[in-house]
Design a protein around this ligand. Structure first.
Ligand SMILES: Cc1cc2nc3c(=O)[nH]c(=O)nc-3n(C[C@H](O)[C@H](O)[C@H](O)COP(=O)(O)OP(=O)(O)OC[C@H]3O[C@@H](n4cnc5c(N)ncnc54)[C@H](O)[C@@H]3O)c2cc1C
Ligand SMILES: *[C@@H]1O[C@H](CO)[C@@H](O)[C@H](O)[C@H]1NC(C)=O
Length: 513
């Protein structure tokens, strides 16, 4: 840490010789092309400033494009239309309850009160968010997503949002070509400052050359560190017990923004809070892959059950994420032979039948089964037991015991794991679908400490940096110890836009210098 700060000071001195104070006409440099980055870039442009967007991958999208459950908001037109009762207070308290009250309350206040407008912003960009769902941890339905078309494939919400925002950015670029620069395949390697001001970043271009990209302010929107297994891994530093898990995140989620701002003296918060998702699919074609596809919560909601290799259920499939992850980690062994095995990770078998698949939605289920081939179909329970080398009698007993509870109206009826909801019956001589699932790092709650203006806090000077903003998963504090489903996309839009507005406004007063 000390060494980094020392280096940062040297580069500050170097840069000071090269340039004068940042000019109003200079662009805002936005690093990261996920939802936070695109929201910020659009707001910068809307404020009349220029923007340079830097994205390490070939295309924009990030983890934002993978989001599948939706985005939270209250007091929206969609909630009104569906006659859903909600309030800012209720949304606020749900968020704090999920985060064990470790959240930064000022940021949560901004988050919930800006949520109505965040949905409007996305709808003005052409995203239909007319459907509203109830997700775990919420007192009322407020997770907005794209209504499923009557026919054909469902539209994944994160992908749709990222497609429409990129189209909006591209349209502005056609109108104002000198105002929009998108550098894809280009990685930030460090921050550049001039005296007290952050005035740009160093990048590695696709050609392999290094270059400085200068601007009047920098917005970090590089996402989280769920994939960071590097030598200087933030996971190892702050949450070493999580390093054994694979992740649902793309390989680009390696905490660059956190590390590079920290090297300049930025404060971090909540870094030890890492969310593990209990069910990521093990791909039979690549069981060892570090990045795994998320097995949506709704699969279990619609009736999927989970067993270990002894043919027994071991948990309430609808329990909290941390509970279910721990049950798999502690109660299940790695799978060797069956369906390609689990790549050495503790894993469970997820079982579905046709009734559960229909209830989940056939097009979406077929994507997992026929396109991705995570689920394999067996003609009946006996065929599955044989393939998995599980005792047929044991699995039959498991199914029969479960079936006895299906259809009960009595809310007091529960199984050995306190499960009270039993969506579907499993029939031994009907087809059954099996997939291997394993816990995976899903989200990193911690990150750079920001204030309600989106400014990154400078731990050395005990005040916000001048000209350095952060938004999205790279920032910490909003979610406390645990993120409420659907709050991450919202955070990206809300704080991305705030950072964009404030960065565009950056004006250096001569008397300050
Ligand atoms: C499978 C999955 C499903 C999810 N579902 C939901 C959901 O339904 N609702 C919800 O609210 N949240 C959900 N989340 C969480 C949410 O999607 C993410 O937390 C959020 O999208 C993060 O957005 P971001 O803009 O901060 O980062 P990202 O979208 O990850 O974008 C960061 C970008 O920065 C780029 N980058 C990184 N380092 C550099 C560098 N050095 N130089 C240049 N570029 C760099 C990356 O390539 C990436 O494109 C889900 C996450 C996953 C993985
Ligand atoms: C940048 O994007 C363009 C257009 O989508 C693409 O053709 C090109 O390959 C990308 N460049 C890199 C280095 O990823």
């Amino acid at each position: 840490m000390r060494i980094f700060v020392f280096l940062a000071l040297i580069s500050t001195a170097d840069a000071a010789r090269k340039r004068g104070p940042p000019q109003v006409s200079e662009p805002v440099v936005v690093v990261g092309g996920g939802l936070a980055g695109l929201s910020a870039a659009l707001e910068v442009l809307d404020s009349g400033s220029k923007v340079v967007l830097i994205e390490s991958q070939a295309n924009t999208g990030g983890n934002s494009a993978k989001a599948s459950s939706g985005i939270n908001a209250c007091a929206t037109a969609a909630q009104k239309k569906l006659k859903i009762r909600d309030s800012f207070d209720l949304f606020y308290s749900d968020t704090l309850n999920a985060g064990d009250r470790q959240n930064d309350v000022e940021l949560v206040d901004v988050l919930v009160h800006s949520s109505t407008d965040a949905i409007k912003f996305l709808e003005e960009s052409g995203v239909d968010l007319g459907d509203v769902n109830l997700c775990g941890g919420h007192s009322t339905p407020r997770t907005h997503w794209v209504p499923s078309p009557k026919e054909g494939k469902p539209i994944p919400v994160g992908f749709e949002i990222m497609k429409k925002l990129r189209a909006r950015l591209d349209a502005i670029q056609i109108d104002r070509p000198e105002d929009v620069t998108i550098l894809n395949g280009t990685s930030m390697t460090g921050l550049v400052s001039w005296n007290e001001y952050m005035t740009g970043v160093n990048v590695l271009l696709p050609s392999g050359k290094s270059q400085e990209v200068a601007g009047k302010a920098v917005i970090l929107a590089t996402g989280g560190f769920a994939s960071d297994k590097s030598d200087d891994s933030l996971l190892i530093e702050f949450a070493p017990e999580t390093i054994k898990f694979p992740t649902t995140n793309g390989a680009f989620a390696k905490g660059d923004g956190v590390k590079m701002a920290r090297a300049m003296g930025a404060a971090v918060v909540g870094m030890e809070n890492v969310q593990i998702h209990p069910t990521a699919f093990v791909d039979p074609a690549d069981p060892k892959a570090n990045t795994k596809f998320l097995a949506a919560e709704a699969l279990r909601g619609k009736g999927a059950i989970m067993i270990n290799m002894d043919g027994k259920r071991f948990a309430n499939e609808l329990g909290r994420r941390d509970y279910l992850s721990a049950r798999i980690t502690k109660g299940c062994k790695p799978i060797d032979e069956f369906q390609g095995g689990s790549g050495g990770h503790s894993a469970a078998i997820m079982l579905m039948n046709d009734e559960a698949a229909d209830s989940f939605g056939r097009p979406a289920f077929n994507f997992y089964h026929l396109v991705k081939k995570f689920f394999k179909k067996y003609d009946n329970l006996a065929a599955f037991a044989k393939a998995a080398n599980i005792d047929e009698k044991t699995i039959e007993t498991t199914i029969n015991e479960y079936n006895e509870l299906v259809g009960s109206d009595d809310k007091n009826v529960h199984d050995d794991f306190s499960k009270t909801v039993f969506p579907v019956n499993f029939v031994a001589d009907q087809p059954i679908y099996a997939a291997i699932v394993t816990p995976a790092i899903h989200y990193t709650m911690g990150g750079l400490k920001i204030d309600s203006q989106g400014r990154v806090f400078n731990d050395l000077r005990k005040e916000p940096f001048k000209g350095l903003f952060a938004a999205g998963e790279v920032a910490g504090g909003v979610h406390g110890s645990n993120r409420l489903a659907g709050n991450s996309l919202l955070e990206c839009v809300v704080f991305g836009r705030i950072a964009g507005k404030n960065a565009a406004r950056t004006k250096y007063d001569k008397t300050e210098l």
